[in-house]
Design a protein around this ligand. Structure first.
Ligand code: GH3
Ligand code: MG
Ligand code: MG
Length: 418
């Protein structure tokens, strides 16, 4: 069974990291399990946390399935069950906290993740190992008082907040390392999650902290945290649905429908304010040749590299999207023809000089490839522009650029006249 794990197909550096993290977590877990004294009150708290986790997972299984189907692979930085795990980490002796992680993740995998394609044992093991080490980081902070009285003083409260921060930071570090090593990409939002990912993660740990305090004071009161956890999970589902509906999965740019909507709104605004707007249509040159020479996966890598370059080169409020295939669109609010051409030329040069590492189809190892793109530019004069007219004009200009030898920028004639 172990031989069939998809993990072994991953790059060697990823396998090395995963095996290292898993081993450290297992050693840490084994060591703590043997080394601490446990009271019956501790066992009761463990039982309560396991019960809460089981109830939560069983009730929310359907929602979690749907979320997993839509969630991109990178978005699973942390799960709601961290509420119980974090509470256990700060309230239970480390050995029991480790036991809690094992029980909770085994239950999660058997009852939920296994059913959804793509979640393999090594991923749940790595996730559990990451959580275990995050938790170890949080519990390495010295408590200012013995456990039963912890968190009643300022010092205790500060420790609890620090534990949230340390736990979140260790988790982020380990998850982004595996993403960086397996994809070789360093876009911050991919590595560290979006703002809303982090907000959800922080809210999860904060609920864990509340659960921990409640476990000390009035254990059964921890049940009151459940509704908030369900709401948080719905919020995560909503985030993933919005993401799936508006973002192109391959390039992480806006998809065509979302770009259109945004562009339409920007055009209406420009119309009201009587400012100009420009559209660029960017089409990669001889892209079929890349696919034919290096394979479709290499083609995808090149596509992503160009998308990253575009996103990096344009301003925050320039909407950039993938129009389809190897064609991108950008809307530049406030840009007249002259500045749009400058931007287009800058993009063209950036793409031309971007070095892309792809895995060769025949030769082993990575190879450097360069791609180029042609750009069509169209801009509105100040009044009542129609998005489709603008796109058609930019597309005609693109056609001219292709005929003019490719790797070049052309402007729509009407915009020149205007
Ligand atoms: P031109 O310079 O005239 O634009 O030539 P081209 O080869 O880029 O244009 P053509 O329209 O002939 O081919 C586009 C190619 O892009 C064909 C298609 O297989 C490829 N393509 C479209 N979408 C994807 C994708 O998501 N991934 C990969 N790898 N290739 C894609
Ligand atoms: Mg092309
Ligand atoms: Mg094309």
């Amino acid at each position: 069974m172990v031989r069939r794990w998809a993990l072994w197909g991953a790059p060697r550096r990823v396998v090395a990291l995963v095996v290292l993290v898993d081993t450290v977590a297992a050693l840490y877990g084994g060591w703590t399990l043997l080394s601490e004294r446990v009271t019956s009150a501790d066992l009761l708290r463990l039982g309560l946390l396991v019960t809460l986790s089981v109830v939560y997972l069983e009730v929310s299984r359907q929602v979690e399935h749907r979320r997993r189907l839509f969630a991109s692979d990178d978005s699973s930085h942390m799960d709601m069950i961290s509420v119980w795990v974090f509470a256990g980490a700060v309230m239970l002796p480390s050995g029991l906290a480790v036991g809690l992680v094992v029980i909770v993740y085994a239950h999660l995998w058997v009852r939920s993740w296994r059913a959804v394609d793509g979640i393999k044992p090594h991923r749940v093991t790595y996730t559990a190992a990451v959580v275990m080490l995050s938790v170890a980081g949080a519990t390495a902070l010295p408590l200012t008082e013995p456990r039963p009285n912890a968190f009643s003083t300022i010092g205790g409260a500060v420790t609890l907040v620090l534990a949230v921060v340390v736990c979140g930071a260790v988790n982020m570090l380990l998850v982004s390392s595996v993403i960086l090593l397996s994809q070789g990409r360093s876009k911050p939002s991919t590595l560290f999650g979006s703002l809303s990912d982090n907000a959800i993660e922080f809210a999860t740990l904060a609920l864990g902290a509340v659960t921990a305090v409640s476990l000390v004071r009035v254990p059964w009161f921890a049940v009151m945290v459940l509704p908030a956890v369900f709401l948080l999970q719905y919020h995560a589902l909503l985030r993933d649905l919005v993401q799936a509906a508006t973002v192109d999965a391959k390039t992480e740019l806006l998809n065509a429908a979302a770009w259109r909507q945004l562009a339409q709104r920007e055009l209406s605004r420009a119309d009201r304010q009587e400012t100009s707007t420009a559209v660029l249509v960017i089409d990669m040159d001889r892209f079929k040749h890349i696919n034919d020479t290096y394979g479709h996966l290499a083609g995808d890598t090149a596509l992503r590299a160009v998308a990253d370059a575009l996103a990096d080169e344009l301003r925050e409020y320039d909407a950039v999207g993938r129009f389809g295939g190897e064609e991108f669109v950008a809307l530049l609010p406030g840009a007249d023809t002259h500045s749009a051409v400058n931007v287009a030329e800058r993009l063209r040069r950036r793409i031309e000089t971007t070095e892309i590492l792809v895995e060769g189809r025949n030769a082993p190892g990575m190879q450097r490839v360069h791609v180029t793109a042609s750009v069509g530019v169209a801009s509105t004069p100040s009044k009542s522009a129609d998005l489709d007219d603008l796109l058609r004009a930019a597309d005609n200009a693109l056609y001219a650029a292709k005929h003019g030898g490719r790797n070049t920028v052309r402007v729509a004639p009407s915009a020149v006249a205007a």
